[in-house]
Design a protein. Structure first.
Length: 633
């Protein structure tokens, strides 16, 4: 599945006490092994501690550091784990601040710090030399010769590629990790000693998150802890693991014991994002003959996923934080309303026509139209809302449609389609008692014909109501509700539609509108194209037929956004919905999703215009181009 468990560690240290520091580093490595981690990063100069000052110029400390590296090497021969520790390394007469990369009892390579800070509380140039131009060198230590040494090292494995930078490297104008990512590194380790100041943690967190997003990588960060010298500054032991802009794991700073944080990193997702992003590929031109990668190959023995504990969002289109969700909803409404406003201005129209069923999608479309008319200063009476009861219309949806339109002050009209549909059945020779696809589609197309003709008659723009989830499943009638003059919901999935309507109910409505919206939210999703049950309730429930929308939206997100395989989507869904759906149910509905997604592409190939509001759209013009006759997977 291309997941790898990574770790960031902050061991307890004593300043200049290498033996003590190595002991705690090994304890952290043992803990990481028990948690099935394949990669661990320690702080900058963690073998000696960062705050040794002029002791870095003492031969004793430098030799002890090399002895400490040797001890770690000898004690990790059986560890199927890539390990990054910090140490001062003397090459010739030049001292470098380095990341030493170990694997199964061997030093794979040594990466010197590219940029040495020498301002404010930092004065590293007193001891260390910058390594920004060090490439393709080799290093000899007493126990291992010809060790690759340089800032251009890429550690390439059978799971992912790794690159390293050290503390200040992240804070410069063009961090080395930018080049390392372009050279192929999926995971960046940063060995750091970043002192703590008021609000600095926020800035540090932002730097890491933004760099992981910009480089489409996972960024594993480890900073020195509180046991460093506090003569002038304090270190907090800040540990963070970020992936493509999202913070996967972060510790509570100022801990006094050995601490290790863990997270599974989604390497598949990183590879997929880079493959699709042409700008990332074009940026590879920055890698010239003076900046070429040096690949060091190694191979993990196993990568069995045990106790998969990474959080998988069940509703990837919907922010879980309520405050963020409200901000997202407000922004989406602005995008929808501004898009519709532009189309109305361009067509010189001041009227809109929309069919109102009492369901979620048409309700959201109406709310967007109302907001658009407020934006343009147009009279709501120019919003022509049409309710068109049919064979399956229930009292509940009918009443909600009427109440909503009346309270919003639109021009409400009612046209019953039963008589016209019966006549059409007669015209085409269809038995009205056969409730098949023809029975349903006659009604859908009758409604669309009425709406189109009324829009022409009134000089208005017919607004489409279909959402992204319906388009993905093809859950619409071709040239029926599938068609309009402009659509406002085409890139909004059903799970998000619910929250948008709820947002308006709670934040932008009077009590009558709010109560109506909340009842609409509680109504089962249905096209109401089949007759009601014996109690006058909805008999045709969409989710009973095609499956739960929360599952389909999850499938859609991972299929389109990340290019995930069917097997991978199933794995992720089982992790996300393990308490809601059985493995059999997930497989059943995933099979249904894949079949419908492929077979219904012909409907998406002929979509009306409509705005993209999120990262996923199925517009055949701007985002998703797929042949209508592709075979289902």
């Amino acid at each position: 599945m291309d997941f790898i468990k990574v770790a960031s560690a902050c061991p307890v240290t004593r300043v200049s006490d290498v033996d003590y520091n190595v002991l705690n580093i090994l304890k952290c490595i043992d803990d990481a092994e028990k948690k099935d981690s394949k990669f661990i990063v320690f702080p900058e100069l963690s073998i000696t501690s960062y705050t040794c000052g002029d002791l870095f110029l003492q031969d004793y400390l430098l030799k002890k550091a090399v002895d400490g590296i040797k001890t770690i090497v000898e004690n990790t021969k059986e560890k199927d784990m890539l390990i990054a520790v910090g140490a001062p390394i003397l090459k010739g007469s030049i001292l470098y601040n380095c990341a030493v990369i170990l694997f199964k009892g061997t030093i794979l390579g040594v990466v010197p710090k590219s940029f040495i800070p020498n301002y404010s509380e930092f004065y590293e140039k007193r001891w260390f030399t910058e390594g920004v131009n060090v490439q393709d060198y080799t290093l000899d230590l007493p126990f291992q010769k010809n060790i690759p040494f340089g800032t251009n090292l890429i550690f390439s494995s059978n799971i992912a590629n790794f690159g390293f930078e050290i503390c200040e490297d992240l804070w410069v104008t063009v961090p080395p990790s930018s080049y390392l990512a372009l050279m192929g590194a999926h995971i960046i380790g940063n060995l750091s000693a970043s002192n703590e100041l008021v609000s600095k943690a926020d800035y540090r967190r932002s730097l890491i998150s933004n760099q992981s997003a910009r480089t489409m990588c996972s960024y594993v960060y480890s900073s020195a802890g509180v046991h460093e010298s506090t003569t002038d500054v304090l270190f907090s032991g800040h540990l963070l693991i970020s992936e493509n802009g999202s913070m996967l794991k972060e510790n509570q700073r100022f801990q006094r014991d050995n601490e290790v944080i863990y997270s599974y990193v989604d390497v598949f997702r990183l590879k997929s994002e880079r493959m699709k992003n042409l700008s990332f590929r074009d940026s590879s031109n920055l890698i010239n003959k003076n900046k070429k990668p040096s690949f060091i190959n190694f191979e993990f023995s196993t990568n069995e996923i045990k106790n998969f504990d990474r959080y998988i969002d069940k509703h990837p289109f919907v922010p879980s934080n309520e405050h963020e969700r409200d901000i997202r909803c407000r922004e989406i409404f602005n995008i929808q309303a501004s898009s519709l406003a532009k189309r109305l201005e361009h067509t010189h129209l001041n009227k809109a026509v929309v069919g109102i069923s009492g369901g979620l999608d048409s309700t959201l479309a109406l709310l967007v139209i109302v907001k658009t008319f407020e934006l343009l200063g147009l009279d709501r009476k120019n919003i022509i809302t049409i309710t068109m009861p049919g064979f399956g219309t229930t009292d509940r949806t009918y009443k909600n449609a009427l109440d909503l339109c009346k309270e919003l002050g639109t021009d409400l009209r009612e046209i019953n389609i039963v008589k016209a549909s019966l006549q059409h059945f007669k015209d085409i020779g269809h038995d009205k008692d056969i409730h098949d696809v023809t029975y349903e589609n006659v009604q859908a197309r009758e409604r669309t014909q009425i709406l189109m003709d009324l829009a022409n008659k009134e000089g208005g723009l017919l607004i489409g109501t279909g959402d992204l989830s319906e388009l993905a499943l093809g859950w619409c009638t071709y040239n029926g509700d599938h068609m309009s003059m402009y659509s406002v919901n085409p890139s909004i999935p059903k799970t998000l539609v619910r929250y948008l309507v709820k947002y308006v109910a709670q934040n932008e409505s009077n009590k009558i509108v709010s109560d109506t919206l909340m009842d609409i939210l509680d109504t089962p999703v249905s096209p109401e194209l089949l007759p009601k049950d014996n109690n006058g309730e909805i008999a045709q429930k969409t989710e009973d037929i095609v499956g739960p929308y929360e599952l389909h939206d999850f499938f859609l997100y991972h299929f389109i956004k990340n290019g995930s395989t069917k097997e991978r989507i199933e794995f992720l869904a089982k992790a996300a919905f393990k308490n809601e759906y059985s493995e059999e149910e997930i497989k059943k509905w995933l099979d249904k999703f894949m079949y419908r997604f492929f077979t219904q592409q012909f409907k998406r190939s002929a979509l009306p215009d409509g705005p993209k509001v999120g990262s996923i759209s199925l517009s055949p013009r701007g985002d998703f181009r797929m042949p209508s006759d592709a075979q289902p997977w």
